[in-house]
Design a protein around this ligand. Structure first.
Ligand code: GUN
Length: 299
């Protein structure tokens, strides 16, 4: 029996609130003579998860009053042809933001594709110029998932100053930038950060020290109750599809955290689904509106 009261960090409600704000800002920006934000998305092959994510990004553009372009390519498109398409999008003044949904087929280099995007249109925040600016604390397009988590902490007024944040997973698009953002001199931020990965010894001991755990490993229910300090804050980035014979589809989404057994130990926790995933789109849309403002000749 634990004494602290757990509060859910509700991605649905938070994202709805932030999207309402973006919609309002967009309308004001357009009324002042600014250009309508326009997001171009590229999808290669037919990975069902990528289809779902990109579909949701395009629908959100419509909801917020943004324009959008969706380009689909077969799995066997050459790297050069894909780079050509990106160059066309770079040169198209109508387009403010470009995203190429990952993962890409093995014969295409993620780095070559990311590097080809005009940094001024890099609304995914994956380009080395965006990363460099972020590391230096300059104005930058932040990667959407860490940005979304920062927006969520801010929305709930969680003061992370001086906390110990343990990030589990060091990917370029989530773990590494999240560790950086949490350690920056900002609010949220100002945390002491430990970045753990597959070679970390005594992971459980590190996690038990954490005031905040960011779980981004892509392994279902990886963070268990015995790894969590009472009163900890948990941000669960995992979206894992596991078998569930009780469901009509035979499948169910779970996070990287064993939610049912961990939740009563936490002060705050994000559910899966309905947590961090919904915030990622907010980060992307914030970046796209910002890019449209940069590309408008006003102010
Ligand atoms: N694949 C998983 N997450 C992302 C993301 O945030 N952006 C892109 N482009 N691909 C992804």
């Amino acid at each position: 029996m634990y004494i602290c009261a757990m509060q859910l960090l509700d991605g649905k409600a938070t994202a709805a609130h932030i999207k309402e704000q973006i919609k309002k800002d967009t309308a004001e920006h357009i009324a002042k003579g600014g250009k309508q934000p326009h997001l171009a998305a590229i999808i290669v092959g037919n990975n069902p998860a990528s289809e779902a994510y990109v579909g949701s990004k395009i629908r959100t553009c419509e909801e917020l009053g943004f324009g959008s372009t969706l380009k689909r390519f077969e799995e066997d498109i050459t790297e050069e042809a894909l780079l050509d398409e990106i160059r066309h999008m770079n040169d198209n003044d109508e387009i403010d933001g470009i995203l190429v949904q990952l993962p890409l087929p093995k014969h295409i280099s993620d780095d070559a594709v990311i590097n080809a995007i005009d940094p001024g249109k890099d609304v995914d925040g994956f380009h080395p110029v965006s990363t460099g600016r972020m590391v230096l604390g300059q104005k930058a397009y932040l990667p959407a998932t860490p940005y979304g988590m920062m927006l969520m902490l801010k929305h709930y007024n969680i003061d992370t100053k001086g906390m110990h944040c343990v990030v589990v997973g060091r990917s370029n698009i989530v773990g590494t930038p999240m560790a950086l953002l949490m350690s920056r001199n900002s609010n949220p931020g100002n945390a002491t950060v430990t970045l753990c990965h597959r070679h970390t010894k005594n992971l459980k001991e590190h996690c038990l020290q954490a005031d905040i755990i960011v779980a981004a490993v892509g392994i279902p229910k990886f963070i268990t109750e015995d790894m969590v300090k009472e009163g900890a804050i948990i941000l669960d980035v995992g979206i894992n599809r596991i078998d569930d014979p009780t469901r009509k589809s035979g499948k169910r989404l779970v996070g990287d955290v064993d939610f049912d057994n961990v939740k009563d130990k936490c002060s705050y926790i994000t559910p899966v689904p309905g947590g961090v995933g919904l915030m990622t789109i907010c980060g992307l849309m914030m970046n796209t509106l910002e890019a449209a403002k940069e590309h408008s000749n006003i102010d």
